[in-house]
Write a protein that binds this ligand. Structure first.
Ligand SMILES: [Cu+2]
Length: 125
C-alpha cells in the first residue's frame, strides 16, 4: 500500500471517529448520578449556561455543591443543588458567563470529603 493510500485511510478513520463522538449526546442532557456514596461521572464537560440533571439513586440525601478546588468543601457559590432526597432528580446550571477551560469542582455538602468520590469536576468546553 502506498503511503498516500495509508494517509487517506487514516483520514477517513479519524473523520468517522470524530463524527461519532460529536453526535452521540446531542439530544440527551448531561447527567450526574449519585449512588453508593459516589458521583458518576466524577469528571465531565459542559457548555457555559448548560443545565445538568442530578439524579439521586442512593438511599441517603446528597447535594452537588461547587467548591473552589479539587480538595475543597467550601461552597464557592457557583452552583448548589441543596439537599436531594433519595429518588429525586434536580438540575444545576453552569454559569452562563463561564469561559472555555474553566473548571468547576463539586462535592456533597452533607458528606464533606467522606463520599467515595469526594470531589468531581466539570470542565467548560
Ligand atoms: Cu452526600
Amino acid at each position: 500500500m502506498s503511503p498516500l493510500n495509508r494517509f487517506f485511510i487514516l483520514l477517513v478513520l479519524i473523520l468517522f471517529v470524530s463524527c461519532g463522538s460529536s453526535s452521540e449526546s446531542a439530544d440527551e442532557r448531561t447527567t450526574i448520578t449519585l449512588s453508593d456514596m459516589s458521583f458518576d461521572p466524577t469528571e465531565l464537560s459542559a457548555l457555559p449556561g448548560e443545565t445538568i440533571d442530578v439524579v439521586n439513586d442512593d438511599d441517603v440525601s446528597h447535594t452537588v455543591t461547587s467548591s473552589s478546588g479539587p480538595n475543597a468543601f467550601d461552597n464557592s457559590g457557583d452552583f448548589d443543588t441543596g439537599s436531594i432526597s433519595p429518588g429525586e432528580t434536580v438540575s444545576l446550571e453552569i454559569p452562563a458567563d463561564a469561559s472555555l477551560g474553566d473548571v468547576f469542582y463539586f462535592y456533597c455538602d452533607i458528606h464533606e470529603g467522606i463520599m467515595d468520590t469526594p470531589n468531581g469536576q466539570i470542565t467548560v468546553q
